[in-house]
Design a protein around this ligand. Sequence first.
Ligand code: ADP
Ligand code: MG
Length: 661
Amino acid sequence: MNLIHIHNLKKIYKPEVKNGEQAIEVQALQGVNLTISQGEYVSIMGPSGSGKSTLMQILGLLDRPTSGEYLFLGKDVSKLSGEELAYLRSRYVGFVFQFFNLLARTSALENVELPLIYSHVPQSKTKAQKVLTQVGLQDRLHHAPHQLSGGQQQRVAIARALVNNPKIIFADEPTGNVNQEQAKEIMKTLSILHAQGVTIVLVTHDPQVASHAERTIKIVDGKIFSDESKKITPRVHEELKPPQIKKFGLMNSAEMKENFKMAVGSLKLNKLRTGLTMLGIIIGVAAVITMVALGQGAQKSIEESLKSLGSNLLMIRPGSPKLGHVRRESGDSTRITLEDAKAIKSLKEVGLPIDDISTEVTGQVQVVYGNKNWNTRLQGVSANYAELHASNPTIGRFFSEAENETKKRVCVLGKTVYENLFENGQNPVGSIIKINRVNFKVLGILPAKGGSAWGDRDDVIVTPVTTAMQRILGKDYLNSMDVQVTDAESMDRAIAGISELLRKKHRLSQGQEDDFSIRNMAEIQEALSSTTKIMALLLGAIAAISLFVGGIGIMNIMLVSVKERTKEIGLRKALGARQSDVLLQFLIEAIMIGLVGGAIGIFMGGISSFSINIIFGWATHISISAVIISFLFSFAIGVIFGFWPARQASLLSPIEALRYE
Ligand code: ADP
Ligand code: MG
């Protein structure tokens, strides 16, 4: 069977139109007819620019003709897809180029392995080694191209062309860049291959080189000028059948490994560039991790302090619920009083599920002890405050309900107040201090509560609520009441009973709004969780923006990388890489940038949350889910923003890419 049969083949190059100027077409091939049988050794000669390389590239399935017929082993090439052409290139065709076209910084062995990897042939290393030994390079396996002479490089290229047992080898001026001695070696290798039954098509302008061939075709101006054969005794070892093009899997482990190696290599080669590209992702992920850690830490500590208050608590404040906490100052009815508190407490007797009630009044006061004075917040409370707010004194005692009812002038000091009035280590119990010029006896010191977002919780002085109202602040109303309900199920009943009572006491008519508000912990928790939701939304927005910016960075650098490596892409395609192979190679590189950036970002986020915790004492909490989500996001960013550049690379035509300078 004819290996190659072409009829009236034309190739016209139409250069891109620039600035509206009429570009001149180049008719590189002008109707070529040619048949090459299996086992032939053909040389193609002709002056420079006559169309030799163009013909070779079309014959080698790297380029498509503008018109005309081309049958490769009886198969009409014009009907084959890019994928199918890649298959034929990898199984039937070997290329040797004038400029070697080896992958830089890649050993001879790995260069020769490439075609095997792309056609998923197992044991690629052993096979590549065998072929390199065949061309006499057994002791140069691990040399990179720049460590080899021109002749040696060309022999590596020949080994690469041979490794897949091609049926035909195209060599375009293989001796053009080597010295005479090396040229002889190369020609000898080709002759041996020919003797083994491989068909050889050789382009040269050196008659000496051409003389090795049995048939010489001369081309002038894109047409065949002469076609002479020395002796036509084609050696056919086994008759080739029309090729069966098989589909095979996306990527096997060897190719996966190759892609990883390439990705790591290319990222390492441009360390600074890669680092700067990753910066977007790193900063984004680190910011998100830190913010989420802070947010969750804050939420946790709020939840804990709410839990310590108990979930059966009702808080009663003056003022309409619609107006929030704004208190209308006119009229007694807008206020809640100790009398209201007593009335609520007595509801217990008529069967309302109330356990306890605590009352509170607050104000700002001046306290003096000896020559020291301090301005602080006064909290007048009922005796059960100590229990309800986990405030039993560490030193001394809290006041009793009897002391509250008899308006005793006794007080308990917050830690900050104590520190500002007394010497370090001095026992204050029993001392007399002045609150707004009235003498008070100190009963004890409250346990330290630490700072919070709302200020120092230890900067406080606590007295009985009746004493505070009448002897210090001169108020006859309360700031708030807390009602402890028996159990969570009875909350609604308690609220209904209390508001009915308060409305009656405040003489509110049917249509009037409440002049007090009753809130339960559930409501407060809800308000908090909605705050948390807003925070999460904000964090999400920050994350989205920073990761988007990071993603654009990746896309940008991947486009540069594709441009830079255009020639390499062309070469890989010439060696049998399919579109999907190239796509995956670049996608893996982009994903790697995303993932490495993400991992560094997570690490940095961890460090910064930890430092914030140490330096500022703010609670932080890094959750596993935040880490996993960040990682998945980095992966997704790599895929999303790497896809377009990778696709761009995969769509390059092999010959255009190979010619790219
Ligand atoms: P040879 O290999 O015989 O020296 P080529 O086949 O490389 O010649 O080129 C044949 C003609 O086609 C030349 O005139 C060249 O300028 C033109 N040519 C080759 N490649 C391109 C291209 N990609 N675009 C436009 N013109 C081209
Ligand atoms: Mg040429």
